[in-house]
Design a protein around this ligand. Structure first.
Ligand SMILES: [Cu+2]
Length: 144
């Protein structure tokens, strides 16, 4: 390859890189740039474990179906059986800073708010609020 061709090629790559970098005017690092599927959800559920009650235990909640749960692309998630959203399930919720779990015990029915930021570094979702529901609240859960 002639030297000028190599230089032109290198220049083209340099320009391409410069335009990629130059076009990025977001003040946020790429990892936290919003995604179409970012959202805040409020769901009811039953507390299955709390952080610090056993070695390594986290907040785990068996939550009800979330019919409007969206994937990274912003579309409502579709399950294999055609059901929309996030099916009821037991899952761990990392806690956002400052969220208090005072007065909440394993077995309590709660209303939980969590934020999803698909491009955030893990964990890409976190519980931002949790409130105890009145004793005897009937949850729509099929599992134990
Ligand atoms: Cu879930």
């Amino acid at each position: 390859m002639p030297c000028t061709t190599v230089r032109m090629f290198a220049c083209a790559i340099g320009l391409a890189l410069a335009s990629v970098v130059g076009c990025d005017r977001s003040p946020l690092p790429a990892a936290v740039r919003p995604s179409p599927g970012d959202a805040v959800y409020t769901v009811r559920g039953r507390v299955e474990s709390l952080p610090g009650t056993r070695p390594g235990s986290q907040l785990r909640v068996h939550h009800e179906h979330i019919p409007d749960f969206r994937g990274r692309d912003g579309q409502v998630h579709r399950n294999r059986d055609g059901t929309a959203g996030m099916l009821e399930m037991s899952m761990e919720f990392p806690l956002a800073p400052g969220v208090s779990l005072e007065g909440i015990a394993v077995g309590d029915a709660v209303e939980l708010t969590f934020e999803v930021g698909w491009n955030r570094p893990p964990p890409f979702f976190a519980a931002t609020a949790m409130h105890k529901l009145p004793p005897g609240t009937q949850l729509r859960l099929t599992g134990p």
